[in-house]
Design a protein around this ligand. Structure first.
Ligand code: ADP
Length: 450
């Protein structure tokens, strides 16, 4: 073997290579080039070559060799070759090329700067984002990009880097070459020398203009909606409040008319007056429920927990008439205390139990069962009845305002009760839903955070 100094790379021991041709170890695709190189040296020329060798154990090494003929004083020519294993350097070169390709193809701006704030590198993303070319930016102070009212951010960032921290997703503004401002998110890491001293910082800047714009738009829409809702609520509150008085007058004057002029009124007119009474009563219910609906948002968060058991007792007291009349049986688990206004709990029970009795199956005494179960983070309440049930098709829509599945002749009502329930539960970030089938009763479920 006359290999120029790579026998130790090719085999675990010199014995394993002695006597073999150097060509056995040269990567097959490089053998011709190696042959030409050899010929050039034999013909008295200087030559250099990069080639791969493959050792007996299959490892590939990248080699670099420089050879030159040397004329000895006795007139003979010897060939001197210096061969180096440059595999490591090659790997580093490839990694560096790869890194530079990644940096250059990034949509984000990747910039580095020295500790005294001078820009030392500038990728294509930075050119696109800020409008400066690399020659224009490199060597300039980083303050080139910082709007005057944000200049105090830089020393704070450097302080954090010096403490060994990384700055992640720091949202701020930067200035483009054309003077326009750009919303960006910055991620900054320290650059350290071999001795772990911080010598600079690398910054990745992401353009978040679109996200910021979308957020601002979303905020604007939410604000508009909130204001419109507030106005609407105020209107509904005033309207329902102010309507109570004229309604009462209608009812009183109808009564007076019947009482004082009863003899003078014929049967047909009496019938009309009965319609007036019916209409005014329905309208009174509507106004009362609408007022209840608008008042759900009235209370602030409760400071004290309310006892759901007490809220249920008050509800049952106010429903005593209809409970007695229908011979309803109400069964309830012990109920917890929770951070929900007692008035809200009462409104929920009033509507759900009231409905459970109202929508009872004909000829069967209503049975209503109330339960409360706690899971890790919430209370689940159920109000189950043995009534007429609900077609699953409507189990979502019945929670909408004025949504009713029956006419007033079949069942009196306004279609506001369940909308009030949903509004209350939403107010505490809970959920409300129903499980039911026609003829098989209904189970209304709602949750509150525990
Ligand atoms: P209202 O009872 O005034 O009509 P709600 O908002 O309380 O209004 O209820 C909406 C509709 O949902 C009712 O009209 C009724 O059709 C249906 N519903 C509510 N509760 C029950 C129930 N327990 N059983 C059967 N149907 C029900």
């Amino acid at each position: 073997m006359n290999a120029p100094g790579f026998d130790m790379l090719c085999a675990p021991s010199a014995d394993a290579v002695i006597g073999r041709s150097v060509y056995d170890f040269i990567a097959p695709e490089h053998r011709d080039r190696f042959r030409n190189f050899n010929e050039m040296i034999c013909n008295g020329h200087k030559a250099s070559l990069e080639f791969d060798i493959i050792g007996l154990e299959g490892t590939r090494w990248h080699m670099e060799t420089h050879a030159a003929p040397l004329r000895h004083v006795d007139g003979t020519t010897v060939h001197l070759a210096i061969t180096r294993n440059i595999s490591e350097r090659k790997r580093t070169d490839i990694a560096a090329a790869l890194l530079s390709a990644i940096v250059d193809s990034s949509e984000d701006a990747i910039v580095s700067k020295s500790l005294n704030g001078i820009i030392t590198s500038w990728n294509k993303g930075a050119e696109r984002l800020f409008g400066y070319t690399a020659p224009e930016a490199i060597g300039q102070p980083i303050t080139l990009l910082i709007p005057p009212d944000r200049l105090d951010e830089e020393p704070k960032i450097i302080e954090r880097l010096e403490r060994g921290e990384r700055v992640d997703h720091f949202e701020t503004l930067r200035r483009r070459k054309d003077g326009t401002l750009l919303d960006i998110s910055l991620t900054i890491s320290p650059i350290k020398d071999r001795n772990e001293n911080i010598v600079g910082a690398s910054k990745i800047a992401r353009d978040i203009t679109d996200r910021k714009r979308a957020e601002a738009e979303q905020k604007r829409i939410e604000e508009e909606l909130r204001r419109a809702n507030q106005d609407l609520e105020q209107f509904a509150f005033s309207a329902s409040h102010d309507l109570q008085e004229p309604l009462r007058s209608v009812k009183i004057y109808r009564e007076l008319l019947v009482k004082d002029c009863g003899d003078a009124i014929n049967e047909e007119a009496k019938e009309y007056l009965a319609y007036v009474h019916g209409g005014a009563t329905r309208m009174e219910m509507l106004v009362r429920d609408l007022l209840g609906f608008t008042q759900v948002a009235k209370f602030d968060n409760p400071a004290e927990p309310a006892d759901a058991g007490e809220a249920l007792d008050s509800t049952l007291a106010s429903l005593a008439g209809i409970i007695a009349e229908t011979e309803a049986r109400i069964k309830a688990d012990p109920l917890p205390s929770l951070y929900v206004h007692g008035a809200h709990l009462q409104q929920l029970f009033q509507n759900l139990i009231g409905n459970a009795i109202k929508y009872r199956s004909p000829g069967i005494a209503p049975v209503v069962q109330i339960t409360a179960r706690r899971s890790s983070d919430q209370w689940l309440f159920t109000v189950a009845d043995n009534g007429i049930g609900i077609d699953p098709e409507f189990k979502e829509s019945i929670f909408g305002l004025f949504k009713r599945l029956h006419t007033s002749d079949e069942y009196s009502g306004t279609g506001i009760g369940l909308a009030i329930c949903r509004r209350i539960v939403d107010r505490y970030h809970g959920r409300i839903w129903v499980e039911s089938e026609p003829g098989r009763g209904s189970v209304f479920c709602f949750t509150f955070p525990a």
